[in-house]
Design a protein around this ligand. Structure first.
Ligand SMILES: [Zn+2]
Length: 287
């Protein structure tokens, strides 16, 4: 997860702008009547997110209409459409906000996996379950399409079920929790794991595991590591063997400065801890 500053956009302004072009006029009036509800829900959302408590917002689910399923043409469906029809399309009234949120992706990368291209916005709390938060800026995170798909429509029922939130959960990187295990000999292999340290608070630890599993990060990082290992092997063959362990430790430290839980930092930590890799493993054909 790549931490991001919370968007400076005001939820009421975004909602009012997005709904300003809704037609017919009766629909526009119905939507704009909800601006106070939307603004209030946004404040509650931010307070809950800052306290790792998005699961406590159950009272906002399926509001203002009530229980699911949403009535076709009902106000909940129209609120959801405010995102799809009035914020996402080019030249729609809210598109500038969409572009602004997307442009905050660090180096254009997905804030959830840190690897994919950020080309969409993910609703941290799904818009179908939380129509009032459909265009709330703090609920919209720049992500890749895979993460958006894997996260799906899940709404957390407990604190532990919350995936990490790039706007609110930067402190998760106070801990090192992503690890790479080097297997070998005889067959060299690498695998990534979420391994929260013992001193990590239990809710953080559960959330890290949830995030890692939901977004299938092991599956994403493994092939990246294979490519890196082949390139690294060529570099290490040019180094005096006694310098290899220190070189690996330096690479691990350099990546950790970037982000202690990026796959590269985990990979080099794992390699630096493997005596076998530094002595023999780097000569193996890594796939
Ligand atoms: Zn992603």
């Amino acid at each position: 997860m790549l931490p991001l500053p919370k968007p400076g956009l005001d939820a009421r302004t975004v909602f009012t702008t997005c709904t300003a072009t809704a037609r017919p006029e009766t629909l526009r009036a119905r939507l704009q009547d909800l601006k106070d509800h939307v603004a209030k829900a946004a404040v509650e959302y931010e307070t809950a997110a800052a306290g790792q408590a998005l699961h406590t917002l159950g009272h906002l689910q399926h509001q203002p209409d009530g229980k699911p399923p949403p009535t076709a043409g009902g106000i909940n469906e129209q609120l959801t459409k405010t995102y799809k029809s009035r914020m996402v399309p080019k030249r729609s009234s809210g598109r500038d906000f969409y572009d602004q949120l997307l442009s905050e992706a660090p180096d254009g990368r997905c804030a959830l996996c840190g690897q994919g291209l950020a080309d969409t916005l993910d609703h941290q709390l799904p818009k179908t379950a939380y129509p009032l938060l459909a265009v709330t800026p703090a609920n919209l995170v720049p992500t890749c399409r895979d993460c958006n798909f894997y996260k799906g429509e899940q709404a957390p029922a407990t604190a532990e079920e919350q995936t990490l939130h790039p706007y609110f959960d930067g402190h998760v990187h106070d801990y090192v929790w992503l690890t790479a295990r080097i297997a070998g000999p005889p067959e060299p292999a690498i695998s990534f794991h979420a391994t929260p340290p013992p001193d990590m608070p239990p809710v953080w630890a559960a959330r890290v595991l949830r995030h890692f599993t939901t977004l299938k990060l092991a599956r994403l990082y493994n092939p990246q590591a294979g490519l890196e290992l082949r390139s690294l092997s060529r570099s290490l063959h040019r180094l005096p063997p006694k310098e290899i362990p220190e070189h690996l430790r330096e690479r691990a430290a350099d990546w950790a400065e970037e982000n202690p839980n990026c796959w590269q930092a985990a990979l080099y930590r794992g390699l630096a801890e493997s005596t076998w890799y530094a002595e023999e493993g780097y000569k193996e054909p890594w796939h």
